[in-house]
Design a protein around this ligand. Structure first.
Ligand SMILES: Cc1ncc(COP(=O)(O)O)c(C=O)c1O
Length: 427
């Protein structure tokens, strides 16, 4: 049975959420008072207002939140207001954009507070790609230098280093690690073995996109620093998923997308560069000294005239802050286990995620021996209105990826479980 259509429209849903202020930060803070994470994580009454804050079409159960997470009604309203202000403000579009840019300073401070890093190291970029690539292309290298990453890093980032290698004669190397991801020491050893005296940059993910594997980033960064290697962390999937403080990781460079797990507006991300390294890294789009200081991370934000969706980030950050990183991370794992546990009863299912507490995150992935994974994905979609990620992988199928978000409901997970059970019961 496909998941049933709710008896309210999407429009009514936005109105309801906005009018009553449900899911508002103050209400959440009050509802949390004096209660433990363990208690809150399974209290569905507590989560309803959070789910209702997201005007998603509940005709579909969306488990592809790792690609792009929906935004709350409050974020959407702020994005719409931004465009109205640009068009309708008495100052006219150019001055209104200047006003928006000034307002971003408050957003930068709020984001830095939530991430746990210095605001001076933060550039507000449209996404992980623009942030990370600025750094990937911006570190000065000479022919013969080596750049290192893993075979499971994101293909676009691999392509960026391949291009540098072709154009500049630097050596680009990749190493692989087992699936499901290994224990911390094995991963650390693989990194250390792959580093040579010529290695200048090591790129790794904070959360690997295909399997949700979380490598020991802090230990890897410390080891790399002791060898003089610059560490770049692709954090696309970490903020709003893992409970961490950015400054604790000890990395040199970190980039992420806030339109994934954080629920920020589409086109919001950031690049963090350790403040004392900023001056050495060229921006992708050079800034005339009249418009920017080469010693400040803001130079990475310049990319011509464009809307500034980070203006609409505060309601998403307020929701995340009110819930707390520990509760969000625990809830996402709780939702993950609601489909992983029943599925593990099927002996043909092989999980490609390592579900060890410290090496896992909200993402889960699996293969089914003897079955076409794309067919499973399409049957879930066409017969049950359940959306999961396309099976992807570099040179090995990492499987079907399921990513529930904080807006996901137990009813939707029940629809996923029912769909999986039915699709896997047919030969
Ligand atoms: C690991 C990883 N890095 C980078 C990206 C790119 O993110 P964006 O398209 O938001 O720049 C993704 C997107 O899914 C990803 O999974």
């Amino acid at each position: 049975m496909p998941i049933s259509r709710r008896d309210f429209s999407v429009g009514a849903f936005v109105g309801m959420a906005a009018a009553s202020g449900i899911g508002g930060a103050a209400n959440i803070t009050a509802a949390k008072a004096g209660r433990s994470v363990d208690e809150l994580v399974r209290d569905e009454e507590f989560w309803r207002p959070v789910q209702n804050a997201f005007p998603v079409d509940r005709q579909y159960a969306n488990f592809n939140n790792g690609s792009t997470h929906p935004s709350s009604a409050a974020v959407i309203e702020r994005v719409c207001a931004m465009y109205k202000e640009i068009n309708g403000g008495e100052k006219g579009p150019p001055l209104q954009l200047v006003a928006h840019r000034k307002a971003l300073e408050g957003v930068r401070t709020q984001l830095a507070g939530w991430l746990g890093c210095e605001p001076e190291g933060l550039a507000l970029t449209p996404n992980t790609t623009t942030g990370l690539m600025a750094a990937q292309f911006g570190v000065a290298l000479t022919a013969g230098d080596e750049i290192l990453t893993t075979k499971q890093d994101y293909l676009e980032m691999i392509a960026a280093f391949q291009q540098r290698s072709q154009r500049e004669g630097v050596t680009f190397k990749m190493f692989d690690f087992p699936t499901p991801g290994p224990d911390a020491q094995t991963f650390l050893d693989l990194c250390e073995q792959a580093i040579t005296k010529k290695t200048k940059i090591l790129l790794l993910c904070h959360v690997y996109a295909d399997t949700g594997y979380v490598p020991p980033v802090k230990e890897v960064c410390a080891m790399a620093r002791s060898k003089g290697v610059i560490t770049m962390v692709d954090g696309a999937h970490a903020p709003g998923n893992l409970d961490f403080e950015l400054s604790d990781l000890g990395c040199d460079i970190y980039a992420a997308s806030l339109h994934k797990w954080t629920g920020g507006p589409l086109g919001s991300g950031f690049l963090y560069v350790r403040p004392d390294l900023v001056e050495q890294i060229y921006p992708l789009f050079p800034v005339h000294p009249m418009f920017g200081d080469p010693g400040r991370a803001r130079k990475f934000e310049k990319m011509g005239t464009r809307p500034l969706p980070h203006i609409a980030l505060p309601p998403a950050l307020e929701l995340q802050q009110a819930l707390g990183k520990d509760l969000v991370a625990a809830r996402l794992r709780y939702l993950r286990d609601m489909w992983v546990q029943p599925l593990s009863a099927d002996s043909r299912v092989e999980f490609t995620s390592n579900f060890d507490r410290d090496r896992s995150s909200a993402l889960g992935s699996f293969v089914v021996r003897g079955r076409d994974l794309t067919d499973i994905k399409l049957q879930l979609q066409d017969r049950f209105n359940v959306i999961v990620g396309y099976p992807i992988g570099w040179d090995w199928p990492f499987g079907i990826r399921v990513t529930a978000g904080i807006h996901s409901t137990p009813e939707e997970i029940a629809a996923l479980n029912e769909g999986l059970h039915s699709v896997l019961s047919t030969v």
